[in-house]
Write a protein that binds this ligand. Sequence first.
Ligand code: AQP
Length: 330
Amino acid sequence: MKEKVVTGITATGKLTLGNYIGAIKNMIKMQNEYDMYIFVADLHALTTYIDPKILKENKKNILALYLACGLDANKVTLFYQSDISAHSELNWLITTITNTGELSRMTQFKDKSQNIVKQENGTEMIPTGLFVYPALMAADIILYNPKYVPVGIDQKQHLELCQKLVKRMNKKYNLDFNEPRPIIPQLGAKIKSLQNPENKMSKSDKNENASIYLLDKPEVAYKKIQKAITDSENKIYISEDKPGVLNLLTIYASLKNINLEESERYFKDKDYKELKEEVGSVVKEFLEQLQEKYNKVLNSIDEIAKNGANKAREIANQNLLKIQKAFGIK
Ligand code: AQP
């Protein structure tokens, strides 16, 4: 029997090249070997005061992009998180075994709570949902009892907390759920912002030039690469001290399916102008092909989400019932 794998992407915005290289590409590589449950995390997106109309659009875009990038609905189970009510139900149970100290140590909470602040009657509001995000993420995972969870580096801390919570739940309630292990891509686990290469490329970055969106017009994406921040040395080699150059080398390597050293060798005698032109062309070509497929799959996503939810619901409900019985509420 194939090992189970669970993973998802939050519907907070338009997907970026970082989401593709750091997450989706890995899912595609794994889809023949594993029994994969891949969802669109729309409940998680609500932690950011998102406009309901935009959230609705994002959900569909992400599902269509999963398919356009190469996920095959006959091999993997694709669904919207909110279609399976077990996610919300288990979330509550998980919060009862999660400590506030653990949640307040999450770096994503610390970072995001500085940005996702709403002013109401002059008071700053940070949503409780943002604070308990890792508990919902743990529920998302536990419901399918996977062995592995593919994530980018930024989600590693949340996954470590999930392992801790599974251990705690198993011990306290005499259960035997797997402590899920992360699978982190060797290349591109943290694609950086084009405008501030110290930070990761993020779909909710306010600066449009910082991220390549998978649905950017290809020529716009090309221009963004030409504007990418590098440094003044004009020499191309791998170094953590040259995050802008390293980022472009990584993007090139990932889209060309070569390793970072090969990418470095290829650009060794070239200058930054040539680097940006070549990376820009590769990105442009990638987006052209992707968007052609995207337009073809748009009509099929509702049916795919419905079938995926039916399959996911069955497993999720079975595991939820097992946990509810152990907790003493069923
Ligand atoms: N820049 C990145 N490089 C590599 N991997 C990345 N991921 C996200 N950005 C990069 C990986 O994509 C998966 C889905 O992420 P998510 O959308 O659920 O949450 P996130 O990590 O918070 O992604 P964003 O784009 O930064 O979203 P916002 O702006 O909403 O916070 C994860 O595996 C993540 O590691």
